[in-house]
Design a protein around this ligand. Structure first.
Ligand code: UT7
Length: 331
């Protein structure tokens, strides 16, 4: 019988831009206050990329850190997948910019678009490449600069978002560690609940689309909130079932950080104690697909996941898209 090959994470990295925007500073920009933002969302501050930084700059730094940790040279990478909705340009792919910045000259390079679930979608592709023996070393970068598409006059959205990048290196193993299961799903009937209407082929950029503020994030917060809890719960359970595991087998759940109340409601329904839930929303807000990638990097470096532990990622976002991944930690 052929030996089962799994994709395992051999290096993680993240990069957060230096500039911090606090709730106190936001109070001066829109009609809001620290108390409302903290209690309704859990966010205290978020990071903003510098004017000269684009997605590829943040993503390249996260990638360099992941490669260093994995002890993999850039030219050894076979495939570079970037999950983003705020790439440097509509085309070419941000993966191509990152490939050049880090010197991954032997890698195929492409982007995927699954918003906040982007990292988990990208992991599912990397996993398939490794298990099918198509590629041996896959670099995955999840990066978003949501500040660039945030309407800073809309208090219903601008308090939530931030910028950041996370990365992982995937390699094959015949051991028990690695990605045990990934479940991903979508509902394209609900695209209107969270979108950036301007700038694509539906509404190409014109002076009118700019005047109508169509290049910013539009979100129906209340509807999304309810759907988020159901979809995260369902995804977390499905990925656990696929891995033939129970909730209590998980050492740490790393949920997408859209709202502390969504995280707490999901954890409560999964009957997970607070110490098993990773939370960093207070520092960074919601960074779309980068959130779970950064969460994984921070959780590992803070010593919250150790070799042999099961960690689960779960996310939900525009599309709508959702998904979860169960990983037996191998580092
Ligand atoms: O990344 C994945 C996708 N995104 C999400 O999962 C986000 C999901 N949604 C949410 O997190 C929440 O719905 C929000 C944080 C966006 C909004 O919180 P909410 O508790 O659903 O508030 P709401 O929209 O029902 O508004 C309640 C009140 C309203 O005032 P009135 O009409 O009751 O007088 C809003 O105008 O809060 C007001 N409000 C604010 N007040 C102060 C809304 N935003 C703010 C604000 N500061 N920033």
């Amino acid at each position: 019988m052929e030996t089962k090959i799994r994709a395992t994470i051999t290096g993680t990295g993240s990069y957060l831009p230096a500039k911090i925007l606090t709730n106190a500073e936001l109070e001066k920009m829109v009609d809001t206050n620290d108390e409302w933002i903290t209690t309704r969302t859990g966010v205290k501050e978020r990071r903003l990329a510098a004017a000269e930084e684009a997605a590829s700059d943040l993503g390249a730094e996260a990638a360099r850190r992941a490669l260093k940790e994995a002890k993999v040279k850039p030219e050894e990478i076979d495939c570079l997948i970037v999950a983003t909705i705020t790439g440097d340009m509509p085309f070419p792919a941000t993966a191509c910019f990152i490939q050049n910045l880090i010197g991954a000259k032997n890698a195929a390079a492409f982007d995927i678009s699954a918003a906040c679930t982007g990292f988990i979608y990208a992991l599912s592709i990397g996993k398939a490449y490794i298990e099918s023996k198509t590629y041996k070393k896959v670099l995955i970068v999840a990066v978003d600069l949501l500040s660039r598409i945030t309407d800073w006059t809309d208090r219903g959205t601008c308090v939530l978002f931030g910028d950041g990048a996370g990365a992982v290196v995937l390699e094959p193993t015949t051991g028990e560690q690695g990605i045990h299961s990934i479940y991903i799903g979508a509902d394209g009937a609900l695209t209107h609940l969270l979108h950036q209407p301007g700038g694509g082929s539906r509404n190409p950029a014109t002076a009118k689309t700019v005047a109508d503020r169509m290049h910013y994030i539009k979100m129906s917060g209340n509807e999304i909130f309810k759907l988020a809890v159901t979809a995260m719960l369902d995804s977390a359970r499905k990925a656990l079932d696929q891995a033939k595991l129970k909730c209590e087998d998980i050492t740490l759940l790393i949920p997408h950080q859209a709202n502390i109340r969504i995280i707490e409601a999901t954890a409560k329904r999964l009957k997970l104690p607070v110490e098993k839930i990773f939370v960093n929303i207070q520092k960074y807000g919601n960074m779309s697909g980068a959130t779970t990638a950064i969460g994984l990097d921070e959780a590992y470096h803070e010593g919250r996941i150790k070799k042999g532990d099961y960690v689960e990622l779960v996310a939900f976002g525009a599309g709508l898209t959702w998904g979860a991944a169960v990983i037996k930690w191998g580092k």
